[in-house]
Design a protein around this ligand. Structure first.
Ligand code: ADP
Length: 244
């Protein structure tokens, strides 16, 4: 497996209303790996993910210093350069949240939505991409006969896989997942764990997780955030905050 560095951060400092959350984080994430980010609630895990796709920029009172570089086509690019396109960043760096957030429309239209937003119009092409994304998200077989049904007729686990498919349709190189199984039952969570492992072939994944057993099952590397710093997994003390 190619273990080239995909993302590197340099000296990231982050605060909300002058309250320091991240304190001088310099870290590298290799391509085609899954890194778990753990730590107690409120320590800054979601905030760290948001520094990698600039999602924090619309939050009043939030401030960041430091660099985030992502390697695209063999060259590192500073995603905070003013010339860097936010649209292309959001296509390359997909994000999935704790609670599934389908749009109030059919299964098909949910998955096709980002392509349509990007201006794609050819029905055959969109049909093909929808099937491909749903297949990669382990959902196609379950929905192929009801693709025009409302997305809210799906179970919670299926809705989360739908949201993953909606992200995958843009072929992101990086996937950020913020506690993607926390709102699901154990069986639905296990399907998503397997799915995430399979996605390493195409993507570099960063997963915030609260579940120690899950982290053991899926992560190549573990970092804990503690007091604003990253602690590499090998030295992580067993934290009571990381639930079974
Ligand atoms: P985690 O993901 O580890 O639970 P977060 O990154 O969500 O932690 O939050 C880190 C800290 O920043 C918490 O103390 C939280 O209350 C605070 N915080 C998060 N979002 C905001 C915001 N929009 N405005 C002010 N403070 C915030």
């Amino acid at each position: 497996m190619d273990k080239s560095i995909k993302i590197r951060t340099k000296n990231i400092f982050f605060s909300y209303q002058n309250n320091r959350i991240l304190n001088d984080i310099s870290v590298e994430f290799p391509e085609h790996t899954l890194t778990a980010i753990v730590g107690p609630s409120g320590i800054g895990k979601s905030t760290f993910l948001m520094t990698l796709n600039r999602l924090w920029e619309s939050i009043p009172g939030a401030a960041m210093k430091g660099n985030v570089e992502i390697r695209f086509d063999g060259a590192f690019q500073d995603i905070y350069l003013p010339s860097y396109s936010l649209t292309s960043l959001r296509r390359s760096v997909g994000m999935v949240f704790q609670t599934p957030n389908p749009l109030p429309m059919s299964i098909y239209r949910n998955v096709a939505f980002p392509l349509k937003l990007a201006g794609f119009k050819k029905k055959d092409y969109i049909d093909h991409k929808v099937e491909e994304a749903l297949t990669r998200a382990y959902l196609w077989d379950e929905v192929k006969d009801r693709i025009r049904d409302d997305a809210f007729t799906l179970s919670g686990g299926q809705q989360q896989r739908l949201c993953i498919a909606r992200t995958l349709i843009m072929e992101p190189q990086i996937l950020l997942l913020d506690e993607p199984t926390s709102s699901l039952d154990a069986e639905s969570g296990r399907i998503i764990e397997e799915l995430l492992i399979s996605l390493k072939e195409r993507c570099t994944l960063l997963v915030v997780s609260h579940y120690r057993e899950q982290v053991k099952r899926i992560a190549d590397t573990v970092f804990e955030i503690s007091d604003g710093h990253f602690i590499p997994g090998d030295t992580i003390p067993v934290s009571p905050e990381i639930a079974e």
